[in-house]
Design a protein around this ligand. Structure first.
Ligand code: SF4
Length: 383
C-alpha cells in the first residue's frame, strides 16, 4: 500500500494534469471555500477548486463568461483603504479592535507587528503559527498583517490569507476583515456583510486548528471585526460580527465534501480543464464531472452561466431553486413533474405526486369554470 506521502505526490500530479501542463494552480481562498461549503454536493466545483483551475478563464473558454471580479479601480481603492487602516503599525486598527471587541483590556499603545515573511506557503504558515504562539505568550497587543493559515479541505490543504489577525493581551485571537464597501450610519449592505461573515468563519476554523496545537489552546474569538469606510468618506469604522452560525454551518458542510482524490479517480484518463483547449473538448471535460446547479450558484460560482444553461437544457428542476427541488421529492426533471401531474407516471401514494395531481385538477377546474374566453386568453399568455 503506498505511503501517505506517495499518495499526496500522486494526487498533486493528477491535479496538475487536470489543470493543464504548465498552468499555475490558483490558490483556494476563503471566499471560494465559503462558496464551496455552500454547495457541498457539487463535485464539479470541488474538483476544479481542488485542482486550482482558474474558473473565470474556464467559463470564458466555454463561452459563458462569469460576471465575477472587481474592477481595477475598485481593487486599487480597496488596497489604498486597507493600507490606511493598517498605517502607523496598525494603531487605528488596534484601537478599533479594543473599542469594539475588548474595551476592558488595557488600551493598545505600542502594539507589535511581527515580520511574517518566509519561503513558500508552507514556510509562511509555519512562520504565522510561531508568531501567534510568541504573541500569545508575550501578552499585549499584536497585529499579524496578512498571516497565512492552512486548512485541509476534501483531503487537500488550502492556504488562506486573512487581512489581519489580532492577538489580545489576554491571549485571545480575533480575525479582522477589511472591506471597501461603505458602512452608512453604522450598518452596511446585509448581503455583503453576510458574505464577509462566511469568509471570516473559514479563517476562524483555520485559526482554531493552529490554536489546537498549542497547550493551553488560546481562545479564537467568534466575533470578528469588520472594518469599512465610514459613510462616504475614506475614514475607517468598524463593527463586531458574530460568526458562530456561519462557522458551524461551514464546518459541517466542509466535512460533507467528497474527497478530491475520490472525484479525480472517477475521471477518465486525459481529461483536462485547461482554458487553452477548444470549447468542444472543454465542454466534454466539464460535463464528465456531475454538478448540482441551483440559482444560488449565480452569486457564488464563475461557472454559473454554463451550468445553468446545461441544467435548463436537461429540464432539471434544480434550476428552479433548492426549495422547489426539495418539495418535488424524487422527481428530478420538468418532464417527470408534468407526467406525474397528468397521471401518466409516479406513485399516487407519493405526497409530491398526490399534491401535483391535486394542483393539476384544480387548475383544470378553474379554467373550465372561467369559460372558453379565459382559456384562450390563458393559452395566449402561456401556451
Ligand atoms: S455553478 Fe456549476 S460548478 Fe459552480 S457550484 Fe454551481 S453547479 Fe457547481
Amino acid at each position: 500500500m503506498p505511503s501517505p506521502r506517495t499518495r499526496g505526490t500522486a494526487l498533486r500530479q493528477r491535479l496538475a494534469e487536470l489543470r493543464g501542463a504548465g498552468t499555475a494552480a490558483r490558490a483556494l481562498d476563503a471566499r471560494a471555500l465559503a462558496a464551496l461549503a455552500a454547495n457541498p454536493g457539487c463535485r464539479r466545483r470541488a474538483i476544479l477548486d481542488g485542482a486550482g483551475v482558474d474558473k473565470a478563464a474556464l467559463a470564458g473558454a466555454l463561452g459563458a463568461p462569469s460576471v465575477f471580479g472587481q474592477s481595477q479601480f475598485a481593487l486599487t481603492r480597496g488596497n489604498a483603504f486597507e493600507a490606511k487602516v493598517k498605517a502607523d503599525g496598525g494603531a487605528e486598527l488596534l484601537r478599533l479592535v479594543h473599542e469594539r471587541l475588548d474595551p476592558r483590556a488595557e488600551p493598545p499603545r505600542d502594539g507589535t507587528v511581527p515580520d511574517l515573511s518566509a519561503q513558500g506557503p508552507e514556510g509562511r504558515v509555519a512562520r504565522t503559527a510561531l508568531a501567534l504562539r510568541e504573541a500569545t505568550e508575550a501578552g499585549g497587543w499584536t497585529l499579524l498583517d496578512h498571516p497565512l493559515l492552512a486548512l485541509e479541505v476534501a483531503g487537500s490543504p488550502a492556504f488562506l490569507e486573512p487581512d489581519a489577525v489580532v492577538v489580545h493581551p489576554d491571549g485571545g485571537w480575533t480575525v479582522v476583515e477589511i472591506k471597501s464597501f461603505p458602512m452608512l450610519d453604522g450598518s452596511a449592505d446585509p448581503a455583503k456583510v453576510g458574505a464577509a461573515a462566511r469568509q471570516s468563519a473559514v479563517y476562524v476554523l483555520a485559526l482554531e486548528e493552529v490554536a489546537a496545537r498549542l497547550d493551553p489552546a488560546p481562545r479564537v474569538r467568534h466575533r470578528v471585526l469588520l472594518v469599512c469606510p465610514k459613510d462616504f468618506s475614506n475614514l475607517p469604522t468598524a463593527s463586531a460580527v458574530d460568526v458562530r452560525k456561519q462557522r458551524a454551518v461551514t464546518a459541517r458542510q466542509l466535512t460533507r465534501l467528497t474527497r478530491i482524490q475520490d472525484i479525480a479517480d472517477t475521471l477518465p484518463e486525459g481529461v483536462c480543464f485547461s482554458p487553452e483547449l477548444p470549447a468542444g473538448e472543454l465542454t466534454a471535460a466539464v460535463e464528465a464531472v456531475p454538478a448540482t446547479y441551483a440559482p444560488e450558484c449565480l452569486a457564488a460560482c464563475e461557472l454559473a452561466f454554463h451550468c445553468r444553461s446545461r441544467s435548463r437544457a436537461q429540464g432539471a428542476v434544480t434550476a428552479l431553486g433548492r426549495s422547489v427541488r426539495a418539495e418535488l421529492g424524487g422527481l428530478g426533471t420538468v418532464d417527470d413533474v408534468l407526467a406525474a401531474a397528468h397521471g401518466e407516471a409516479g406513485d399516487p401514494d407519493d405526497p409530491a405526486v398526490a399534491a401535483l395531481r391535486r394542483a393539476a385538477a384544480l387548475r383544470a377546474e378553474a379554467l373550465e369554470t372561467a369559460g372558453p374566453a379565459a382559456v384562450a386568453a390563458r393559452e395566449a399568455v402561456c401556451p
